[in-house]
Each structure stands twice: as structure tokens, then as C-alpha cells.
Write a protein that binds this ligand. Sequence first.
Ligand code: ATP
Length: 242
Amino acid sequence: MLRLNNIEVVYNKMILAIKGMSLEVPDGKIVALLGSNGAGKSTTLKAISGLLKNEGGQVTDGYIEFEGEKISGVDPDKIVKQGVFQCIEGRRVFKHLTVEENLLAGAYTRKDRKNISDDLERVYHYFPKLKTLRSRASGLLSGGEQQMLAIGRGIMAKPKILLLDEPSLGIAPLLVKEIFQNIKQINQEEGTSILVVEQNANVALSIADFGYIMENGRIVMEGPVDQLLSNEGVRESYLGMN
Ligand code: ATP
């Protein structure tokens, strides 16, 4: 279980981006974190994965724990080793290396090297497209294919929880549906917990168990997906329905 307990995040010692936020991702569940531009969703993910430091951000109050151990303030590499992996498109993807070489690089934290080729096959099972593109330079992939590669690299790291930041961004609608189905399949077959940040609430809620809605650095609503989908306010403001 991942737990954020009343965290506050400040950038550059002056910008208060998150103002007392609590959130949980139970083992094996998919949780969607929704909200508009600038609400603080990406900041939340970076606080969890420890990447906040690179941007001058800091958790100044509250704490984050994973499986009962505090991870706020811990180095990003150690957080990955504890099983928390944030998929970031383009991050540590070497554009001149092939898709397969990049996937193999994603297993760098692993000790069980003999299982790595099985894991490669698992990635290709979820994303057959990556198999056909295995020898292509990663810099030549489309936006959707790069997103698949970013998630594929996450799978290679065998995390307990995957953190995804707007997997739908800049991707054609048909492919968005496909990628979210892939994410659901990974959750079901691997048992990996997922925390997915999205502005596209409809697609995120189509696969999630629980949802949180964030505005202006705070959680304004939360609940099981069925409850959120039947809430008039949520339907009007976030799902484009009435
Ligand atoms: P988006 O979907 O646009 O990324 P978001 O919900 O993910 O939105 P964040 O990117 O987390 O929102 O931003 C939350 C707040 O923190 C915003 O007010 C933003 O301007 C501020 N912020 C984000 N990154 C930084 C940074 N590196 N330095 C200073 N302020 C930042």
C-alpha cells in the first residue's frame, strides 16, 4: 500500500503547490488522480518517486510511505529499488539506441539477469507493437509508441507500483483506449498497483478502481469509481456529461 499522509509540497522555498493532501493506493488496485492543468497532479507523482528534488521541490510537511516504510526524502534510485517506478516518456530513453536496447537498459536495477529475456517477452506480450519495432531507433517512434516504450521499461524494472503521468497526452484517441487497456491488463496479470494521473477523466475512470480529484493543490473529491461516475457534479465538471 502506498500512502500519502497530509503532504505539503513547496517549490523553490516559496511556491506552495500541494496543500495538505492525503491519498492511498491499496495493493493491486488502479487509482486515478484527476484534475485540471496546474492542479498539482504531476507534483504529487514526483513527490512519490523522489524526482521533485531535481526541480527544486520539497515535501515540507506530512509524509509518504510505501509498504510501511517512509519514502519521502529518500533518493529516487532507492525508491525504485523499493518497487516504486514512475514511467516518464523520454526519461533515460536513449534516442539512438533501439527499442530493445532501451528495454534492456530498463532492467538495470535488477540482479536476476537470467530472467531478463523472459521479461522482454512479457513486455512484447503486452505491447506486440514494440516487438515489431524492436530494432528501430527509439528516437524515431511516434508519441504513442514512445509511451508504450516508457511503460515497457517500467515492466522491465518489475515494480510493485507503476506511476503514470498522463499516458493519453498527445496520442490519437484510438491508441489512447488501447494503451489504457494494456495498463489494465498489466495490473490484472502482474498484480502491479497503478497510480495514473490524467486530465482525460473518462478514459482513466474506465480502468480505475478509485479516483481522486485535485484542484489547486488539494483533493476536492474522492471515492470508488462507481460513486464518482454517478455524481452529478463530477459528471458535469470532469466528464463532460449532464
Ligand atoms: P499539468 O497537467 O499542467 O502538468 P498538474 O496538475 O500536473 O498540471 P503541476 O505540474 O503539479 O500540476 O503543478 C502544480 C503547481 O506547481 C502549479 O502552480 C505549477 O505552476 C507549480 N510548479 C510545477 N512545477 C514547478 C517547478 N518546477 N517550479 C515551480 N513551480 C512549479
